[in-house]
Design a protein around this ligand. Structure first.
Ligand code: CTP
Length: 262
């Protein structure tokens, strides 16, 4: 219900539905401004055939989606969102870096959806080959440190979606000049700041909804449940990246969404 509108989803036996009393009651409710999805004509649970069958769930969802987008309930709320996306690059020297295979497609699609709902969205993206539409507020970064700083700068927001495949480590012995073959040395790594954790545990500027992702190759649910507790986010979206058809770079995805209350 919204703006005091009630949506009815009638489902009843055909003779009950076509009875004068029901007709009168339904038209009274419609005259009060109630809305009605269905019923449809078809075979019923009681074995009879006729008008009175509940609409298919997909039809009810379509109706609700149209209803809420027409009401512009979300855009009227003037919500703001940040989406982190893509990989990060952690430089070893000016010509070499550590990174990963993230395409950035997921974060980009999420940012586009948020914009469609009328949410003012900033996409903070690591290097990708995607082309972005002009109406997207895009901040391009290279390193995890830059992604963290830009996220901080763009607070407060209502929603944060951390879809980026942030490199967990950066190089602490970065060389200003290109390392020569003969000077090959061990890499020293130090942990990057965890942006998702930073957002989830922020005292004063915690977004109302913080969503993290978990790229896993095994024990998907168990690892994701452990991760949601460790990262203190509200939802955690687990991807199985071991399957090429739904993993990095694929246009298709299959996820499990875990909520804070498990
Ligand atoms: N994340 C982040 N900042 C980091 C590392 C990760 O914001 N420095 C976010 C990712 O954007 C994602 C979530 O944390 O939403 C989980 O990332 P993932 O790589 O699956 O987990 P890690 O924390 O790196 O843990 P592990 O590699 O041990 O699975």
């Amino acid at each position: 219900a919204s703006d005091k509108k009630i949506i009815l989803v009638p489902a009843m036996n055909v003779r009950m539905w076509t009875h004068q009393a029901t007709k009168e009651n339904i038209s009274k409710l419609l005259s009060y401004g109630y809305l009605c999805v269905g019923p449809e004509i078809g075979e019923m649970a009681c074995g009879e055939y006729g008008e009175g069958k509940m609409s298919e769930p997909i039809k009810i969802i379509e109706f609700l989606n149209n209803f809420f987008s027409e009401q512009k309930i979300i855009s009227k709320s003037k919500l703001k969102a940040i989406v982190t996306s893509g990989p990060t690059k952690e430089y070893i020297d000016p010509t070499r870096y550590i990174s990963n295979d993230s395409s950035g497609k997921q974060g980009y699609e999420i940012a586009k959806s948020l914009i469609r709902y009328g949410i003012e969205t900033t996409l903070i993206s690591g290097p990708t080959n995607l082309s972005y539409p002009k109406n997207l507020k895009l901040i391009k970064v290279q390193t995890a440190e830059e992604m963290y700083e830009e996220t901080k700068k763009n607070l407060p927001v209502d929603i944060a979606v951390c879809a980026a495949a942030v490199c967990d480590f950066k190089i602490s012995n970065y060389q200003k000049n290109k390392i020569k073959k003969e000077d090959i040395a061990n890499l020293e790594l130090e942990k990057n700041k965890d942006i998702l954790n930073f957002l989830s545990t922020h005292n004063s500027l915690r977004p109302r909804l913080v969503i993290g992702f978990a790229a896993e190759t095994n024990n998907i649910i168990k690892n994701a449940e452990e991760k949601i507790s460790r990262k203190h986010c509200d939802w955690l979206i687990a991807n199985d990246v071991s399957k090429p058809e739904i993993g990095f770079n694929s246009d298709f995805n299959e996820v499990t969404i875990i909520y804070k209350d498990k």
